[in-house]
Design a protein around this ligand. Structure first.
Ligand code: NDP
Length: 264
């Protein structure tokens, strides 16, 4: 077996800039082969060249997490890129904190449905004992939800169809213009709370295969999304993601920052 085949492989979404790029950098330093993905091929290949000019440790594949054909293409091509996927980092995300309806719908489609669909498509390549990290946010804490909504997202017997229909009920409220009265927070918070719920559901489903899946908050980070006023460097934020990817094997279904479990 070649040295490359011996090394664990990680795939990172939205890795052409910000936390995804730095997470790829840190995973590579930890000995991972990294499949860096981005929705824009030009930006992604430029990032790969910057990270690994010799092309030894970082491979590239296009991936728009909201595009079913793009997700299928990665799943189709994956066996040619790696013999298995030891770690999937669902990092790609967008922010929408305001009242703009289209931006809100896009945020849910990307942060929740996109990460869900990528995970489903790539799970067949993750071996028993593999790992998945959902890059969530402190803004995905349950306390941002209205009182009546909280127990529904936190329900430990929540199923995937029930979670999807909860998220869809937010989209309906958005359409009807009554998100506030129903207790919904920003689209960004809804997307990340839902992602945390999905983490718990998947952790339950994947326990027999000992695949661990956790949500991670990188803190408030100086990226394009976090802005220049954020209190963390991209290195410190990405470290939180990498720590979430290297927790003890039995840690699953939790929410972590800097390797420590935090309240959800
Ligand atoms: P950036 O805005 O710097 O980067 C976001 C990345 O996601 C970009 O590479 C972007 O690609 C990519 N992306 C967006 N939509 C898609 C899509 N449909 N398919 C594939 N890639 C996509 O943000 P950060 O690096 O700060 O954020 C990374 C993650 O961390 C997000 O999930 C975010 O919610 C989370 N987070 C960030 C915090 C912060 O303070 N920065 C705090 C808490 C959580 P492109 O370049 O093409 O736009």
């Amino acid at each position: 077996m070649s040295a490359a085949a011996d090394r664990p492989t990680a795939l990172v979404t939205g890795a052409n800039r910000g936390l995804g790029l730095e997470t790829s950098n840190q995973l590579r330093a930890k000995g991972f082969r990294v499949i860096l993905t981005s929705r824009d091929e030009k930006k992604g290949t430029a990032s790969v060249r910057g990270l690994d000019p010799a092309g030894r440790d970082v491979a590239y594949h296009q991936l728009d997490i909201t595009d079913a054909a793009s997700i299928s293409a990665v799943a189709h091509d994956l066996p040619g890129l790696a013999s298995r996927l030891d770690l999937l980092v669902n990092n790609a995300g967008i922010g929408s904190w305001g009242a703009d309806r289209r931006a809100s719908v896009r945020t849910i489609a990307t942060n929740y449905f996109g990460s869900r669909d990528v995970t489903d498509a790539l799970l067949p390549f993750i071996p028993d004992g593999g790992r998945v990290v959902m890059v969530s946010s402190g803004l995905g804490e349950l306390s941002y939800m209205g009182r009546d909504l909280r127990p529904r997202f936190a329900d430990s017997s929540l199923t995937r169809p029930a979670l999807d229909s909860l998220v869809n009920s937010y989209l309906t409220a958005l359409e009807d213009g009554d998100v506030k009265s129903a207790g919904w927070p920003s689209a960004y918070s809804v997307s990340k709370v839902a992602l945390n719920s999905l983490t718990r559901i998947l952790a339950r489903e994947l326990a027999p295969r000992k695949i661990s899946i956790n949500s991670v908050c990188p803190g408030w980070v100086r990226t394009d999304m976090g802005g220049p006023g954020a209190n963390r460097s991209v290195q410190v934020g990405a470290r939180s993601i990498v720590l979430g990817a290297t927790l003890s094997e039995d840690a699953t279904g939790g929410f972590y920052r800097d390797g420590k479990r935090i309240d959800w």
